[in-house]
Every structure is written in C-alpha cells, then in structure tokens.
Write a protein that binds this ligand. Structure first.
Ligand SMILES: Nc1ncnc2c1ncn2[C@@H]1O[C@H](COP(=O)(O)OP(=O)(O)OP(=O)(O)O)[C@@H](O)[C@H]1O
Ligand SMILES: [Mg+2]
Length: 357
C-alpha cells in the first residue's frame, strides 16, 4: 500500500518583476491510498500539481507537511542514505524519456545496475531479460537518436524496471507519442503490471489513458484531490465540473449540431411534445435490449439521435440520446427511470417531424 497522508507542498516563489517572495500552495491536504499491484491514475489540467504530487511520492520533492508511506515505510521520516536506498526500488519514466544520448540502449538500461555495482555478467543477463520483456531486444546496440519515440519510451521503461522496483512512477510517459504508439506503450505497462505485480502510479492529462489501463483515479485540481475512486465510478458518475470537462474527449455525447435550434416546449403531459432523454449505462445493462423492450412493451417510437459506446477496461459503457414519441411515452419514461441506468430528461420538444422539416 502506498499512502499519502495530508500532504502539502508550498513553494516560495518570487513575484513577477520583483524580489518579493510569496508562498504558492501547489498541493493541499492530499490524502490517497494506493493498493499494491494496481494501476493508479492521477489526472488534472496543466499546473494542477500532478508532477509535484508524483515527485512527493519518491521524495524528489519533499512535502512541506504530511507523510508518505510506501509499504509501511515512512518515506518522509527517512534520512538521506536510507531514502536513496528506498528510491532505488522506485522506477520512474518521463514524457521526455531522459535517456543518455552517448550510451547505447544496452548502456542506458545497464546504467542503474552499474550504480548498484552489479557484476558484468549479472548486468548482461538482466539487460537481456528486461529488453526482451519490453520488446527492444533487437535494439540493444543502437543509440537513442536512432530510435522512434515509442522505442525510446520502451528503453525508459526497461531502465526503470532493471532494478526490479516495487513501484513505477510515470509522469506523462505517453504524452509525446502518437495515439497508436501510446496504445502499445500502455498495453506494455498493463502487461508488466500483470506479469510482475508491479504497482504503477501514472500521471496524465488525457482521460483516454486513464480509461485504457487504470484501476483507480484521482482528479487533481489546483493542488486538491477533488474526486477519487474506481475508474468506472468516476467515469460514470463524475461529480465535479473539472472531471466532466476532462471527460469531454471520452464518453462524449452531444446533440448533433442540426439539433442546436431545438425549441424546448411544453411539459411532460402535453400531447404535442416528445421527450428528449439522455441514457447512460454501464456494466451489465446494455443499451440495445432496453431500446427493444421499450418498443415492444410500449406504444412508442424511439429515435436514437446520438450514441457513444465505449469500454472502460472490459466494461461496456456509454450514452444515448433518444427521442421518445407516441401515446405511451410517459409510461416508457417511467419504465426507464426504474431501470438501473442513469436517465436524464434533456427536455420536451415539439414533434420530431416538426423539428426536422
Ligand atoms: N520548483 C517550483 N517552484 C515554484 N513553483 C513550482 C515549482 N514546481 C512547480 N511549481 C508550480 O506548482 C504548480 C504545479 O506544478 P506541476 O508541475 O506539479 O503541475 P502539473 O500538473 O504537473 O502540470 P503539467 O500538466 O503542465 O505538467 C504550477 O503552478 C507550477 O508553476
Ligand atoms: Mg507535470
């Protein structure tokens, strides 16, 4: 278990154009519990404090107050020598890869092991083993400048893992990569997490990355954790506007532009109006049977205006915007409200034909 207990970080910053200094509160009372063996995502906008937070985990940045525990060891209580030893069991990867340009791939992966004074043979065996695991065993003699971004990050991952760490910290490790390469690097991280039982703390500003591989997520906003929990929970019931905003790229369902001029009129009881609904579903409740049930069970027409279906890890989830018309639309709405899905009435609109012609 990795535990942050009320961590605060205050930087002393110089006022622009002056010599006066003031305090800048980069982290505020951050408390997190991170299970061993999980992939834990931390997401937030630029400047939210993500890098500061991850650097507080391995104490590259010392918290101004609060405590950090890694498996019962209070990192914040360790002296320099013990801290250095503890840090060796924490791997870190970066957006800019941070590879040594004048060393080959082999030399880069071997570097932390040389610092640890492993024997030549041990280093050779370990580098070969880990290079095979991350899929760069054919690149060992090349220099970083001869590699693609994805290959460079694989070297970064191999170097971070060489020393058999218990914990891997990833600060925007896929942000410099194209979507396809991002996917393959994320898959590699997931593989390593499963094969080695390695705990991963991953920082990103992209919800897609969280959705792809994380088990749990914390949303950081202006140095505060504003939302926290399983990815499924945070994605399907986001509470804070910052989370909803970060999620606009995924799980996004908006009325098509052609419906922008919709006039919302009348009330539920009015005969001339249809009901516009947004249905959000996840897990075992799938969209299609619900729509079929509606049409079969009620005298209604269902028009699907927009749909977005996605997967969070293996769980299907999505949103539909539908228009309900027909005599039984009130009954159909009650039926939907009783189901295990989120139903949001967007509004009551004039008959479909009226608004599309
Ligand atoms: N060494 C420092 N001295 C003073 N202020 C700092 C220092 N490091 C970070 N900050 C400030 O703390 C805030 C959080 O920075 P941090 O780098 O943690 O954000 P971030 O969430 O990682 O952002 P990004 O997504 O852009 O990487 C920023 O406002 C930044 O200017
Ligand atoms: Mg950062």
């Amino acid at each position: 278990m990795i535990r942050l207990d009320c961590v605060n970080k205050i930087y002393r910053v110089t006022e622009p154009g002056g010599t006066a200094k003031r305090d800048f509160h980069a982290l505020r009372d951050v408390s997190l519990d991170i299970e061993n063996g999980s992939i834990y995502g931390i997401i937030g906008r630029s400047g939210a404090g993500k890098s500061t937070l991850i650097r507080c985990v391995n104490l590259l940045e010392r918290p101004s107050s609060g405590r950090v525990f890694i498996n019962e060891v209070e990192m914040t209580a360790l002296g320099e020598a013990k801290l250095r030893a503890a840090r060796r069991k924490i791997g870190m990867i970066f957006q800019s890869f941070n590879l040594l340009a004048n060393r080959t791939v082999f030399g880069n992966i071997a570097f932390p092991l040389e610092l640890e004074r492993w024997s030549k043979q041990e280093i050779k065996d370990r580098v070969n083993e880990i290079a095979l695991l991350v899929g760069i065993d054919d690149k060992l003699a090349q220099y970083p400048s001869q590699l693609s971004g994805g290959q460079k990050q694989r070297v970064g991952i191999a170097r971070a893992l060489a020393n058999r760490p218990d914990l891997l910290l990833s600060d925007e490790a896929t942000s410099a990569l194209d979507p396809q390469t991002t996917k393959s690097v994320l898959r590699l991280l997931r593989d390593i997490n499963e094969k080695l039982g390695l705990t991963v703390i991953l920082i990103t500003h992209e919800m897609d990355v969280i959705k792809e591989i994380c088990d749990s997520v914390a949303v950081l906003d202006s140095g505060e954790v504003v939302e926290e929990g399983s990815v499924l929970k945070v994605f399907t019931t986001p509470l804070k506007s910052v989370t909803k905003e970060l999620m606009t790229s995924v799980m996004q369902t908006r009325l098509p532009d052609s419906f922008a001029d919709l006039k919302f009129t009348g009330e539920r009881g009015s005969r001339e109006t249809d009901i516009l609904l947004q249905l959000s579903f996840f897990g075992s409740v799938a969209a299609q049977p619900i729509i079929s049930d509606l049409v079969r069970g009620f005298d209604v027409d269902v028009n699907i205006l927009a749909a977005h279906i996605d997967h969070i890890r293996a769980t299907p989830c999505g949103t539909l915007i539908i228009q309900l018309s027909g005599e039984d639309r009130g009954g159909a709405l009650d039926y939907l409200l009783d189901m295990n899905l989120k139903v949001e009435v967007i509004g009551y609109v004039a008959r479909f034909n009226d608004i599309t012609h």
